[in-house]
Design a protein around this ligand. Structure first.
Ligand SMILES: Nc1nc2c(c(=O)[nH]1)N[C@H]1C(S)=C(S)[C@@H](COP(=O)(O)O)O[C@H]1N2
Ligand SMILES: [Mo]
Length: 307
C-alpha cells in the first residue's frame, strides 16, 4: 500500500467524505423536511429502549425482576382488594389513542394527543427506587421524560402554584371501580416546584418496553422521593391551580395520608413503622431512607415540616 503524506492544502479525509454520508441523521432528516425522530420511510423510530440517563442514580439494590414489578400492583380501579390480580384484569382497558385534557391556570386550555406529545419530547430511561406507603419497595428502570419538559410546553400562568392530575374514569373497562365506594376517578397533586423538579417523571415505559397497563400505561407520574400513591396512573387530566389540590388518599384518610407524603423513616404510619421496607419479590428487609434516598436532590425543596 502506498502511503502518501498529504500536502498542507489538502482537506482532511473526514471532510472529503461525500456529504450525505458525513451528515448525521438529524441533518439528513432536516434537509428532507422531516422532524428529527421521524423516518424517511414514513414510519416512526422505535421509542424503546430509550437512552439511559444516570444523572440521578442513587445507591440501591439490584433492579427488581420485571415480572415482579408487573405482577404486584396497587391499582384500585382494577382491584381495590388485590395486587397479584391486577395484571389479569387489564385486558379490556383501551390505551390508544390517548388524550390528556389540560385546564386551569394555563396559557391555552386544550386537549393533547399523547402520541403527538411524544414526537416533541424525547424519552430517556432512569433507574429509580420506588416505595409504597405499605412498606413494599422495588427498583425499576422507567422510561419517560421530565414532567418539567411537558409543563414548559403547556405554559402555565405565573399564578399556577400547584398541578393536579386526574386518572381516566372508565368503569366498563376498570372492574374495580364498581367494587369499592371510593371518590373516583383517582386524583393527585404536586406543588409546582415539586412538579418542575428534574427527578419528577412522566412515565410511558419500563424495562426498555412500553409500560404494562397494570403499571399505569399509557402514561403515569413517578415521584421517587414520595410514597407510591403520589404517582398516579393513566393520566387523563392535568389542571394548574393556585391552591393545594385535594388528593384521593388524603380525602379517604386525612390522618394517615398527607399532601406531601415524602418518604420519612422516622415518621411512622399511624398503624405501622416506616423504619424499614421490603423488596419485592423476596420481601427482604432493608432500612427506609429519608426521601427514599433522594435527599441530596430534593431536601432543598422543603423546610423539614412537609410529610
Ligand atoms: N390511578 C391510580 N394510580 C395509582 C394507584 C391507584 O390505585 N390508582 N395506586 C398508587 C399506589 S398506592 C402505588 S404504591 C403505586 C403502585 O404502582 P405500581 O403498580 O406501578 O407498582 O401506584 C399509585 N398510583
Ligand atoms: Mo402504595
Amino acid at each position: 500500500m502506498l502511503i502518501r503524506v498529504p500536502e498542507g492544502w489538502e482537506i482532511p479525509e473526514r471532510e472529503a467524505t461525500p456529504e450525505a454520508a458525513f451528515w448525521n441523521r438529524r441533518q439528513v432528516l432536516k434537509a428532507a423536511g422531516l422532524a428529527a425522530g421521524a423516518s424517511l420511510f414514513g414510519d416512526s423510530k422505535p421509542l424503546y429502549p430509550a437512552p439511559q440517563n444516570n444523572e440521578f442514580s442513587v445507591p440501591s439494590a439490584a433492579v427488581t425482576p420485571d415480572w415482579a414489578a408487573g405482577g404486584y400492583n396497587n391499582y384500585y380501579e382494577f382491584d381495590p382488594y388485590g395486587k397479584e390480580t391486577v395484571k389479569d384484569l387489564v385486558d379490556k382497558f383501551v390505551i390508544s389513542p390517548w388524550k390528556i385534557q389540560v385546564s386551569g391556570l394555563v396559557k391555552e386550555p386544550q386537549t393533547y394527543d399523547l402520541d403527538d406529545l411524544l414526537k416533541k419530547i424525547p424519552l430517556q430511561e432512569r433507574v429509580y427506587r420506588f416505595r409504597c406507603v405499605e412498606r413494599w419497595a422495588m427498583v425499576v428502570p422507567w422510561t419517560g421524560f421530565p414532567l418539567a419538559s411537558l409543563i414548559k410546553l403547556l405554559e402555565p400562568k405565573p399564578s399556577a402554584k400547584f398541578i393536579r392530575f386526574v386518572t381516566v374514569s372508565r368503569p366498563k373497562e376498570m372492574p374495580g371501580m364498581a367494587k369499592a365506594p371510593y371518590p373516583w376517578p383517582y386524583f393527585e397533586g404536586l406543588r409546582m416546584d415539586e412538579a418542575m423538579h428534574p427527578l419528577t417523571m412522566m412515565v410511558t415505559g419500563s424495562y426498555g418496553k412500553p409500560l404494562p397497563k397494570q403499571n399505569g400505561a399509557p402514561v403515569r407520574v413517578i415521584v421517587p422521593w414520595k410514597y407510591g400513591y403520589k404517582s398516579p396512573k393513566s393520566i387523563a387530566k392535568i389542571e394548574f391551580t393556585s391552591g393545594e389540590p385535594p388528593t384521593f388518599w388524603n380525602r379517604l384518610q386525612e390522618r394517615e395520608y398527607g399532601f406531601y407524603s415524602n418518604v420519612e423513616p422516622k415518621k411512622p404510619h399511624p398503624r405501622w413503622s416506616q423504619a424499614y421496607e421490603q423488596l419485592i419479590p423476596t420481601m427482604e428487609r432493608r432500612p427506609t431512607l429519608q426521601y427514599n434516598g433522594y435527599e441530596k436532590f430534593v431536601a432543598g425543596l422543603y423546610n423539614g415540616k412537609e410529610f
